[in-house]
Structures are given as C-alpha cells and as structure tokens.
Design a protein around this ligand. Structure first.
Ligand code: ADP
Ligand code: MG
Length: 224
C-alpha cells in the first residue's frame, strides 16, 4: 500500500480544466475524478491532450483555468516551491524514454529519488535494491542505462518511480507492459498510452481524449 487514502477516496479531481499554450488549446474543459485503487488509462490520438493532462496532475504545469486537486492540494494555487515538494513526495513519474541518468548505474538511478527527499544514502540504496529485486532486475544493479535492454530500463524507471511510495504513479506512453508486480504496489495508476493492450492489462478505466476533451469513458473488467 502506497497511499494513506482508504479505498474509493477521491485522489485526483479535475474540474473544468483548460490549458492554453498561446493560440493552442491543449485541454478544453476537462472534469475527471480518480479514486484510490483505480488505474486509469488515458488514450487518444497524438496531440489530443494526454501529456498535458498528466503534467497537470503531476504539478509540472498549471491550468489556465479550472481546478486540479490532488489529495486535497489545489495545484493551481501552489507556489513553485510547494509544487516541487508535492512532486517529490506524491508523484512517481515514468516518462516515455524513461529519463534515466546515463552516468549512474541502475541502483543509483533508483536510490537517487529517495536521497533527494532526504533519505540517508544507505537506506535509499537498500530500498532501491529491494525494488529492483521485486521487478526482477536486481542482477543489473551495477549496469549503466546504455547497456540495459528497453525492458530493463523500463523496470528501473518503474523502481525509481516507486521509490518514495508515491500516492500516484503516472506513466506517459510507456512503450512496453508494466510489470504486474509493480502494478500491485500502487494505489492509483494513471497511464497515458496509445497501447490498447497495455490499457486493458493495467487499467480499470479508460478515458479517451479527442481535441482536448474527454470523448468517451469505459470501465474495464479486470483480467484475472
Ligand atoms: P498528446 O500527449 O495527446 O499527444 P499533448 O498534451 O502533448 O498531446 O498536446 C496537446 C496539444 O497542446 C497539442 O496541440 C500540442 O501541440 C500542444 N502543446 C502541448 N504542450 C505544449 C507546449 N509546451 N507549448 C505549446 N503547445 C503545446
Ligand atoms: Mg503525449
């Protein structure tokens, strides 16, 4: 369990969120609630606003108007410093190309996430190794990103994202399947992907975007 919320509590609440970049409207009035324990896949064509939505929820960007609440924090009203703390403590983010640090071996890439929040190095390295082990890549702990396979890199990125026991795990277009054991560790998983199969496997709900709006929502039966 990575969240303090009981099952079914609203963790993410977006209300009439608009995001404009100059002339372009990336989000055109999005309202969405995500509850603890839900895994939501955001799908839709390129340019439909998926990454913008994720960046809003991660506190990487602010809405032009509307409200983004994550565990009661109103992100639009938080100052830059508050947002940085919010991101470190509450959000695990897996980027499309994993954004691992080339100069650090796998273990240090993972451990660094906790060291940045003030966890002592030895403690951080111990937890990092546990996570790498759970994800089946402990034997690659001393390998640098350049020599890891795509799948291994992804697992290291997942381990790093889970390091601080985030309330939310956000993945922007993960190119392969998320490890099911990693999936079980998180309460909320908001995946942004074009990959229907991945969404089917990980998500309990699919939100389909088109032109910055929610076009359709589906609830999925979990595959046993
Ligand atoms: P998706 O992730 O679904 O491909 P995005 O959220 O990246 O879509 O983009 C939605 C729209 O917003 C696109 O038209 C894109 O060009 C625009 N956009 C996104 N980020 C920026 C930015 N930083 N500056 C200008 N336009 C942006
Ligand atoms: Mg995107």
């Amino acid at each position: 369990m990575t969240s303090e919320d009981g099952a079914g509590q609203v963790v993410v609440a977006l209300t009439a969120v608009r995001k404009e970049y100059g002339e372009a409207t990336a989000l055109d009035g999005v309202s969405l609630e995500i509850r603890a324990g839900e895994a939501v896949a955001v799908m839709g064509p390129s340019g439909s606003g998926k990454s913008t939505l994720l960046n809003m929820v991660a506190g990487l960007d602010r809405p032009t108007s509307g409200q983004v609440l994550v565990q009661g924090d109103d992100l639009g009203r938080m100052k830059e410093k508050g947002l940085a703390v919010f991101r470190r403590r509450k959000i695990g983010m897996i980027f499309q190309f994993f954004n691992l640090i080339d100069d650090l071996p796998a273990l240090d890439n993972v451990a660094l996430a906790a060291q940045l929040t003030g966890t002592p190095a030895d403690q951080a390295r111990r937890r990092a190794l546990e996570l790498l082990d759970e994800l089946g890549v402990a034997d690659r702990r001393n390998a640098y990103p350049a020599v890891l396979s795509g799948g291994e890199r992804q697992r290291v990125a997942v381990a790093r994202a889970l390091m601080n026991r985030p309330a939310l795990l956000l993945a922007d277009e993960p190119t392969g399947a998320l490890d099911s054991r990693a999936g079980e560790q998180v309460m909320d998983l908001l995946i942004v992907t074009h990959d229907e199969r991945l969404a089917q496997r990980c998500a309990s709900r699919v939100v389909e975007f088109a032109d910055g709006r929610i076009a359709r929502e589906r609830t999925l039966e979990r595959q046993p």
